[in-house]
Design a binder for this molecule. Structure first.
Ligand SMILES: *Cc1c(COP(=O)(O)O)cnc(C)c1O
Length: 405
């Protein structure tokens, strides 16, 4: 398989992009869906921002280095990756905080309706943000399994909130169909694109989605804790109102008025001062992912995961695949169920194959297509097969639950 992998790498049009990332020697990194790798250009850029723009420019850099426009500028660069217009996306805060703003905005736009509909097992923060608003009497959570979501849509539902690609299983929702069904029921729709943006194309405008949020530090390679992005369809800009009415979301922040007047469009999603250092690193990741192109990234991620499965079956490894077996129904990851998933994951990490474990029994392998090779697939499959076939995972050191991640 290694020979075939090398042939596939030689023919891979994205082959050259691996060199644009820093990857440690001896590591096969299958966790880019949790923290994307470091683009080499980010080192230089952050250094320049710290020493030049901050060190030398000081306060002048808000204007001279255009810090003040970073949230809009990076938002406009993310927009084409998710099928949005440049003025529909802004970079700010975390996914969690943006969920709070947009769930609140949706409730305000649907007076008389309080239900936020989601699915059990959605990413915890998505559910927790609903529950926080529920605790304050502003929302009511309703959860329905994937196959019953349509039936759960009634005229009490203000908002359907779903994660497009499930963080644990990698299963993808039918965004067009669910958006339409929710809107037909009079509800608004908010998509969490954390495992979508930068890994595969998605067309928010085409499906007429109302709102979306997404993560900066996963496939966009923005660095640990990179700010998130938020999308609001242009038709909702007028009605958009969110309770974190901070001064940066004011129409004229530097007029220092006593009364809040929201800035136009998505600018009113800003709250406090933007995180300039983090945003500067994020911009490098976004530029690089945009240069490679989400269509090519998606095609390669499908090819990588298919090849990985082939390598496993070649080695007679039959693990229970939790992700959809049809690559067109999943995101850029493969998840396997095994009662000893934790120990298997630890044994792989000890061999330099970094994937992750999701409680209670999921081994999750992410295939960030920008920097992984087919050779990595063949090697990772070999390591996984050896860990299982030798019983290496049974060693004590791999069975003591310690760290998170
Ligand atoms: C990673 C992830 C988040 C992260 O939220 P933060 O508030 O930025 O930490 C949110 N939703 C999903 C689906 C994720 O996978």
């Amino acid at each position: 398989m290694l020979d075939r992998a090398r042939e596939l790498d030689a023919a891979d049009p994205l082959n050259g992009f691996r060199d644009r990332f820093t990857l440690p020697e001896g590591v096969i990194y299958l966790d880019g869906n949790s923290l994307g790798a470091l683009p080499k250009a980010a080192v230089e850029r952050v250094h320049q921002v710290v020493t030049g723009e901050w060190g030398e420019g000081l306060i002048r850099s808000w204007n001279d280095a255009h810090w003040i426009n970073l949230p809009q500028r990076i938002g406009a660069k993310i927009a084409p990756l998710i099928g949005a217009q440049p003025n529909e996306v802004i970079v700010a805060d975390s996914v969690s905080v943006n969920l709070f703003k947009l769930i609140s905005a949706a409730l305000k736009m649907r007076p008389g309706r309080k239900i936020i509909l989601s699915e059990p097992g959605n990413f915890p923060t998505d559910l927790y943000m609903i529950q926080g608003l529920q605790e304050h009497g502003l929302a009511e959570q309703r959860l329905a399994d994937r196959d019953t979501i349509l039936e759960a849509l009634d005229d009490d539902v203000a908002l359907l909130l779903l994660t497009h690609v499930h963080y644990k299983s990698g299963a993808m929702h039918d965004m067009a169909a669910l958006t339409k069904a929710a809107q037909d029921a009079g509800a608004l729709v908010l998509w969490d694109l954390s495992h979508t943006g930068g890994a595969m194309p998605v067309d928010l405008n085409a499906v007429e989605a109302d709102f979306a949020v997404g993560c900066g530090y996963k496939y966009l390679c923005g660095g640990p804790g990179a700010p998130a992005y938020a999308y609001v369809a242009a038709r909702n800009h007028e009605a958009l109102s969110q309770p974190l009415s901070g001064w940066m979301g004011h129409a004229q922040p530097f007029a220092f008025q006593d009364d809040y007047t929201p800035a136009p469009g998505v600018d009113r999603l800003l709250c406090g001062t933007p995180q300039i250092l983090s945003m500067s690193a994020l911009e490098v990741g976004v530029d690089l992912i945009a240069e490679i192109g989400v269509d090519r990234l998606y095609a390669k991620s499908q090819a990588l995961s298919e090849f990985f499965l082939e390598c496993l079956s070649e080695r007679d490894i039959a693990l229970e695949l939790v992700s959809p077996s049809d690559s067109s129904e999943r995101g850029s990851q493969l998840s396997f169920r095994h009662e000893n998933a934790y120990a298997i994951c630890q044994a792989l990490i000890a061999r330099g194959v970094i994937g992750d474990f999701r409680d209670p029994d999921i081994l999750r392998l992410g295939f960030a297509p920008a920097y992984l090779r087919f050779e990595d697939m063949a090697e990772a499959a070999r390591h996984l097969a050896e860990v299982l076939q030798t019983g290496e995972w049974q060693r004590d050191e791999f069975n003591q639950r310690t760290a998170v991640t």
